[in-house]
Design a protein around this ligand. Structure first.
Ligand code: GLR
Length: 304
């Protein structure tokens, strides 16, 4: 796919729902390309604004750089004609730059830059890390503020000034004051993506803070429900949003919250409940128990 100019990519992403597909593994926990392709084709058959390969829900953190490159190439090959594919970059600066360059070479349309691993970092250090990755690619970059890379409003403003191809901020924190400060400073220079676990939970209030879209893990197995939810959020149809929260999202959170890491495991289980076999997660994540899977199946049946 020819390179999408960063501003064109930003316009596309900010006005539709974003898909974060799971990555399928076989019985030996090796990448299962055939099932992944089938899933992506299904995901791209609905009205979705962008597909983020090997993100958090896609267990990008458990892939080697070579596997990540393969997953991105498969995604580009399978859906790039229909939906922009955004590739991940993560880890230290050198590794992130190599992944950013591999993503561009693979034909991805943009980059989601995840926090570096393990170490804590100052805001100044984060500016240098993020700017180095932005400089290394022509792709539009969305930076993920979360974990050890939570970005203050002044940091976001400096990053936006220094890096013309920085197009977005994905928020994985949900700090209302920080979001308000950031939007007041940076405004529509960037797009804002909601990225908290099960992003639907926060979507309506975050819309008021400039967050016009979000990464929907639920979209993996309930694409029509997720799109209805997004439409209700954008229309600020509060009764409809709360009805869907009550009927499905909140009881779903009750299962998700039983173990750390279930925000991803429950999505693979969700695929299994709709007859699409999400398969297993890789360690360090763990799968839902049979009892939890049965509970999730009952819940999904109620809204299907
Ligand atoms: O790569 C990521 O950060 C995600 O996968 C975020 C999730 O999609 C999150 O927003 C969710 O669980 O809805």
């Amino acid at each position: 796919m020819t390179l999408l100019p960063p501003d064109v990519l930003a316009d596309r992403l900010k006005s539709g729902l974003l898909s974060f597909p799971v990555t399928h593994f076989d019985a030996d926990l090796q990448f299962d390309e055939a099932r992944y392709r089938e899933h992506l084709a299904w995901q791209a058959s609905f009205d979705v604004a962008g597909l983020f390969a090997a993100g958090g829900t896609g267990e990008g953190f458990s892939l080697s750089s070579a596997e990540m490159d393969r997953v991105v190439r498969v995604a580009v090959d399978e859906v790039a004609g229909k939906v922009p594919v955004i590739a991940p970059a993560t880890g230290g600066t050198a590794v992130s730059i190599a992944q950013a360059q591999a993503a561009q070479a693979a034909g991805a349309s943009g980059l989601l830059l995840f926090p570096p691993y393990l170490t804590e970092a100052s805001q100044k250090g984060l500016v240098e890390h993020i700017s180095a990755v932005c400089r290394a690619t022509d792709l539009g970059v969305i930076v993920y503020s979360r974990a050890n890379a939570v970005l203050a409003d002044a940091t976001v403003a400096e990053l936006a000034d220094r890096n013309p191809n920085l197009i977005g901020l994905k928020d994985g924190v949900g700090d209302i004051e920080q979001m308000t400060r950031t939007y007041a400073r940076v405004g529509d220079r960037l797009i804002y993506v909601g990225g908290l676990p099960t992003a639907e939970t926060f979507a309506l209030p975050l819309l008021q803070l400039g967050v016009s879209t979000y990464s929907s893990a639920l979209y993996n197995f309930l694409p029509e429900f997720a799109l209805r939810f997004y439409a209700a959020v954008r229309a600020q149809d509060r009764p409809a949003v709360y009805q869907m929260l009550t009927d499905f999202v909140i009881p779903y959170l009750d299962i998700r919250d039983r173990a750390r890491g279930y925000a991803v495991s429950i999505v693979k289980a969700g695929l299994t409940t709709v007859g699409r076999d999400g398969g297993r997660v890789r360690p360090p994540l763990t799968d839902l128990t049979e009892t939890e899977l049965a509970e999730l199946t009952t819940l999904v049946e109620k809204i299907s």
